[in-house]
Ligand binder design. Structure first.
Ligand code: DAH
Length: 350
């Protein structure tokens, strides 16, 4: 092959390869291959010395032309890359090339579950009222869930809760009251605590009953605490939480760990307390117009004594309310099962 022909061939392949470079990194690789110390152009130049004297002049010309052509093409290509944003992809990565500088695909930012949002909101209110926040264990023992709360084994009041037991006789807590004993134990009043946690019940579910529910327990023990303190504190919280003067009903109830025991009910936010929706019985409140929100009462003397507190000296109140129910009332949600349905159309509304 004549020298000029080789030069023409190098030019052809060089321009071809140059067009395939994708960024300054691949361009650097090209430059090394053609114009580098052992590059194709440099090698060709060196061959001139070995040519017969009469061929050297034309070879020199061909080399000069080639050099100019490559330099010009390189300059143009470089200019193109400087106009583009840089891409950190090396030639070896080219087979799996993707453009890091391309605009990203759209994605939707998530947010906290409405129950979590409202739990934090409620905690804030209680902290401002001077309560300390505790978390409940989700699995506990019989003693804490029942016995320390004045419900010895075989006590019929245990039937109030449909309990899940594990094979080693632990219980998925049925209520956040399971933490009362731990908090009372060995503390000197005043004791002001709220306990938040998920509770579990072997329920037949319906619009206002779920197998998993979130409770917020309140516990306040000091000298001279009376029932009106309980009612006033709870009402204050409800008004803060719902940002209105909420309508509340109190009725007597029974829980073994309080004496006396009461229940707080709220007017149903779906039927506005009428018990009917479009002529049909309201399924959220079962037609009563009221939604049962909380059990409460004055802490039973036996519960105080079990934790080493003298019931002659101290008294206190406690409540346990369903956060899910309260969120239903706040937002007018008609079915408690929406919360755990995993339906994003529901979740995205909050
Ligand atoms: N633990 C009860 C339940 O889940 C609610 C309750 C009633 C909590 C009275 C209390 C209380 O702290 O004093 O049904």
């Amino acid at each position: 092959m004549t020298f000029t022909k080789t030069a023409t061939q190098i030019k052809k392949s060089a321009l071809n390869e140059l067009a395939k470079t994708r960024d300054i990194n691949t361009l650097a690789f090209w430059r090394k291959e053609y114009l580098g110390k052992v590059g194709k152009f440099t090698k060709l130049t060196r061959q001139i010395a070995q040519l017969p004297a009469k061929e050297r002049a034309s070879a020199g010309k061909a080399v000069n032309e080639l050099k100019q052509a490559l330099a010009k093409a390189l300059q143009e290509r470089e200019k193109q890359f400087h106009e583009l944003p840089p891409s950190p992809v090396s030639r070896s990565q080219l087979s799996t090339f993707f453009d890091l500088t391309a605009p990203g695909a759209d994605f939707q930012l998530g947010h906290l579950h409405p129950i979590t949002q409202m739990r934090q909101y409620a905690e804030d209110i209680f902290v401002r009222m001077g309560f300390e926040v505790f978390e409940a264990r989700e699995v506990d023992d019989d003693y804490h869930n029942f016995e320390s709360l004045n419900m010895p084994p075989q006590h019929p009041a245990r039937d109030l809760w449909d309990t899940f037991w594990t094979e080693d006789e632990l219980v998925l807590i049925t209520h956040t009251s399971s933490m009362q004993h731990r908090i009372l134990l060995g503390q000197k009043p005043p004791i002001r605590a709220i306990i938040v946690g998920r509770c579990f019940r072997h329920e037949a579910t319906d619009a206002s009953h779920e197998h998993t529910l979130n409770q917020i327990e309140g516990l306040y023990v000091d000298k001279g605490i009376k029932l009106p303190d309980l009612i006033g504190t709870f009402k204050k919280f409800l008004d803060e939480f719902s940002q209105r003067d909420i309508k509340m009903k109190i009725q007597p109830s029974h829980f073994p760990f309080v004496e006396p025991g009461i229940e707080f009910l709220l007017d149903c936010a779906i039927c506005f307390g009428t018990g009917e929706v479009e002529g049909e019985r309201c399924s959220t409140c079962g037609g009563s117009g009221w939604l049962e929100l909380a059990g409460a009462g004055m802490v039973h003397p036996s519960v105080l004594a079990e934790a080493g507190l003298d019931p002659q000296k101290y008294s206190g109140f406690a409540w346990g309310f369903g956060l899910d129910r309260l969120v239903m009332v706040k937002y007018g949600i008609e079915n408690i099962r929406h919360f755990y349905s995993g339906d994003l159309r529901f979740i995205r509304q909050f």
